[in-house]
Ligand binder design. Sequence first.
Ligand code: C2E
Ligand code: MG
Ligand code: MG
Length: 651
Amino acid sequence: MALTGLLLVLCAAVGMVVNQLQAQSEKRAQAEAIQTAHIVADLVVRRNIDPADITGTFPIREQERADMDADVAVMLRRDRIVGLEVWRNDGSLLYADKDHPAGETDLPADELRMLERPGAEVLVINGSRRGSDTLDIFLPYETAPSSSRSPRARGIVEVLTPRDAVAAGVARSTRSLYALAVVFLAVLVAVLLVLRRRLLLREHQALHDSLTGLLNRVALREQLRQAVVRAQQDHGALAALLVLDLDGFKAVNDTLGHPAGDALLIQVAQTLRRSLRPTDVVARFGGDEFAVLLTHLPDAASAQSISSQLLAKLRAGSYTVHGIELAVDASIGIALIPEHGKDTDLLVQRADVAMYQAKRANSGVTVYDETTDPHDVTQLGLLVELRRAIEQDELVLHYQPKARLDTRDLQGVEALVRWQHPARGLLGPDKFVPLAEHTGLMQPLTEWVLHRAIHQAALWRDLGLMLPVAVNLSPRSLLDGDLAATVLTALADANLPAHLLELEITETAIMTDPDRAVVVLRHLNAMGIRVAIDDFGVGYTSLNYLKSLPVHTLKIDRAFITHMLSDRKDQAIAESVIGLAHKLGLSVLAEGIETEDVWQRLKDLNCDEGQGYYLARPMPADQLAAWVRTHLAVVSSTPTAPARTIDEAAR
Ligand code: C2E
Ligand code: MG
Ligand code: MG
């Protein structure tokens, strides 16, 4: 647009210059004609006509006319003039060439008056002769300078010069001027186009990723800024920022080399672009990290469903590098605009946090949640407080019983941590365990839970209650090199036998570093500690590892249990896991049993143990003893479920 404007201005300027030059060359042509007239007056008229004839009243002498005619003929032949007339001062005709119209014997009064004006030296008039246009030059003609002895006589010499020649000269020079101008403009346009191309290229490079051609981080930030502005101006406008990171990309680079990695990134970029609407913005942040800006979303849930579809398309895509077909998987973190921030940096950071959470949990897609964000300001404050809480015993453990499904015999309790926060009240583990997991607080937290749970089990033992206690381990604690030593010390401090301690480990924890997990678990197993895989079914345990892991129990995640009577697929999964566990020689526990019917169904399916609100909610230690007494009374009064002592159950 700017270029077109500039060109228009340039064309106008060139047009003005050409007009100016044309006017000048017309003036020059006229000056040349006047000069010709002066020469003719000097060489032809002055040479041939006696001054006395001009002032007199007699016709021109024959000899003079003949001489004049001869000279005029030469001039006509050479096209210097078209005609010549000599007028007396009173306007009567003294001499005219042969083509002069016979009737014109007097100079028109207008022209005579103009020439008589004081100071008038020359008069130029457009005329015509023999069918061609002429420039008629009228010169006041003085027969002799006033100082000469001859009498001073005035007349008028009219020289008719060919206007065609003048016009042709002007046209020629105008044509060459135009040609020059066109060449100049063409060169200018070419230069401007080259400059514009370079500018566009530089602009493109500044805003695009050179490998994939997608937008880069800078360009995405600008788009994000505009989305934030739109969201602020139009309160219904909803957008979402997705940060997408490929899983296992490093392995491609390491095993197949960087060119292969680059080729895969290009194919991934193409799949992403193809899978989204044209209005969605796709960018590469660098490495194997991409970002997508979804705009004009109808609601927050659609951000998640679009992300899941995108992930599915990415996984389903076919990627061939160096003739090898590669599988692609990724994790997506979502930050909603404006819900999760109105600042571009903050939105990017939050989508990033969500993406890392998706990666850790193997969940594919995760929407940002400030309660689990270690970078959140309130979370940072909480972090400082959590450190203090661990040191000052603000944490508490609640215990949730587990029982055999058939006899309802108590099998033990699971220790679940809570934080009795001075201002916020009792906080569940979801509010602070992930926070500890992402910062250095997981180790002290686990140590605290281990010591407190083992101490409590020892207290119950001292009361005659042999109640095995299960402690949850986070992925980080499992990989902590000091774990076995910490457990041993805690058991030794409380003088508790190892078989009264059980450790619960999630699939994610095992699969974070399976080889290391196997080593640590073997070590714990050798110490006589029972190990359960927690939340089984929602993570990705390789069956190959499951075969070799020294674990005793699979705890089926409550996601498959709670609604299993209304969801046949849940029930099918629960049934399969029970069968798998038994075939591998493992005991199986169902979590999240909330109703009698589910309890019965699981019993029929041969599940070994159960845990859930139906049996008991997690409760503080001091309530547990009373609960156990009541439970034993209920169990012993039920004929189908013969009561046993807690000691027996524990064994
Ligand atoms: P988990 O180990 O699977 O613990 C079971 C969770 O399910 C507990 O939630 C429990 O209250 C809840 N639950 C039990 N029965 C039912 C039921 O019938 N219905 C429903 N809807 N829920 C039931 P809680 O205490 O909020 O703990 C959540 C998770 O936090 C635990 O899941 C565990 O992964 C983690 N956690 C708790 N304490 C600790 C700890 O000391 N260390 C570590 N690393 N993680 C812990
Ligand atoms: Mg657990
Ligand atoms: Mg669980």
